[in-house]
Design a protein around this ligand. Structure first.
Ligand code: APR
Length: 394
């Protein structure tokens, strides 16, 4: 049976960053990924990196391509009533900026660098199961190409996302689950068209939210609010562009460029957290433990923040027999997770059309007051900036 110190399930941002941070401190790990390498390197996901995320990647030599190709952002645009309002978050938060860099590009960088440094990784690892998590020697069983494999570890890192196996390996009674579906969903669109803006746009419109995000000089990402469970078939390309044109329209003649739709899908929104993020020698990190509503693009950054805390804790245990970091792992991560849940939820309710129903009119007026306050008050802008760019310590 193969042996390693840390068995990492999942080659997303959480698992790969963890692997690199551990290796930098001489701690060995093996990454097991269900999908093929080309699949994970092409999967379209988030693309907005917090200042702290970039700093961490840079400090570990993982940001060379990101620095060369990512776009630095210092402000965001809020649109409502056909008017544009810029929030200069970098000015409001000590010059800290964000970087637009697609998640699949980051994942591709992390995989390439991991393989280059001789790191262990198995793609297309099927039927992963976790055993002996409460004992001293947990074991991961899986199959590659139909052949069964066993990996003995000291620790297991469950970095396998929301639909992974790790969280499900914990007995139900051991976790408290917070799970709320929001009354919103997004039609996510990837289009082959140059962006019509230099900065990300969040538009609050009576027909629903519209977002114009950035990817590259030739590809742009858009989001449109819809109802949960709306099938993507009800969004032909012509309807997507017509809705984007309406919801993003301004009174100053701004123009939205259109182009071929490359990919589109509907994503529901939820706030989800399990507590604690640990069971015996299994530690959950990233989407395996929590999902935030996507407004503000915090999921990837939270995953990286978990990986950093977990790497520090494991290194302390392995190198100094100091278990305090691992004992505090869940509480340390959850403080940030809840802060980010609150911000992501607040921002989601700020920019989406409040669904019809009792109290909707009042809530819409309150929402408008909040938007106006945020755009007019430097104090409100500074609080937004701190959370949006990434709060330092919670
Ligand atoms: N066995 C092995 N690997 C698995 C399994 C399994 N049973 N189930 C899932 N995986 C893999 C997935 O294929 C994926 O590559 O685990 C990885 C999890 O990666 P992410 O879902 O990207 O999760 P995480 O690393 O926590 O990053 C969070 O991802 O969901 C997005 O936008 C979100 O930015 C956020 C980020």
């Amino acid at each position: 049976m193969a042996r390693t110190c840390v068995g990492i399930v999942g080659a997303g941002p959480a698992g790969l960053v963890l692997a690199h941070l551990l290796a930098d401190q001489g701690v060995e790990s093996v990454v097991l990924e269900r999908q093929s390498r080309s699949h994970v390197e092409r999967r379209v996901r988030a693309g907005l990196l917090e200042h702290r995320t970039v700093e961490l990647l840079e400090a570990h030599g993982l940001a060379e391509r990101l620095r060369a190709r990512g776009q630095v952002h210092r402000g965001v645009e809020l649109r409502f009533d056909g008017r544009r309002h810029r929030i200069a978050y970098a000015d409001l938060y000590g010059g800290r900026h964000m970087v637009v860099y697609a998640q699949q590009e980051l994942v591709a960088d992390l995989i390439r660098l991991w393989i280059a440094r001789g790191g262990g990784i198995a793609f297309e690892a099927e039927r992963v199961t976790l055993h002996g998590l409460e004992g001293e020697r947990p074991e991961i069983r899986y199959a590659v190409g139909g052949r069964g494999e066993r990996l003995a570890c000291d620790f297991v890192a469950g970095c396998d996302g929301f639909h992974g196996v790790s969280r499900g390996s914990i007995p139900a009674g051991a976790l408290t689950v917070h799970d709320q579906r929001l009354p919103f969903a997004w039609v996510g669109v990837l289009a082959e068209v140059a962006p019509s803006t230099d900065e990300i746009i969040y538009a609050n419109h009576a027909r629903g939210f519209a977002g114009h995000m950035l990817r590259s000089s030739t590809v742009s990402r858009f989001y449109l609010q819809t109802e949960p469970d709306d099938p993507i078939e009800s969004w032909p390309d012509e309807r997507i562009w017509a809705e984007l044109q309406r919801r993003l329209a301004t009174s100053d003649g701004w123009k939205l460029r259109e182009g071929p739709v490359l990919e589109k899908n509907v994503t529901d929104m939820r706030s989800f957290v399990v507590e604690p993020m640990q069971f015996g020698r299994l530690f959950l990190a990233g989407d395996a433990a929590h999902i935030v509503p996507p407004t503000g693009a915090k999921g990837l950054n939270l995953a990286v923040a978990d990986a950093r805390v977990l790497a520090d804790a494991i290194v302390r245990q392995v190198r100094a027999s100091d278990s305090s970091g691992l004992a505090a792992y869940s509480d340390t991560c959850l403080r940030r997770v809840w802060r980010v849940q609150e911000f992501s939820s607040w921002m989601t309710w700020l920019v989406h059309r409040i669904p019809d129903g009792p109290g909707a009119d009042l809530r819409r007026r309150l929402q408008r007051a909040q938007l106006e306050y945020l755009c007019a008050s430097p104090a409100a802008g500074a609080s937004f900036a701190e959370n949006y760019v990434g709060i330092a310590d919670v």
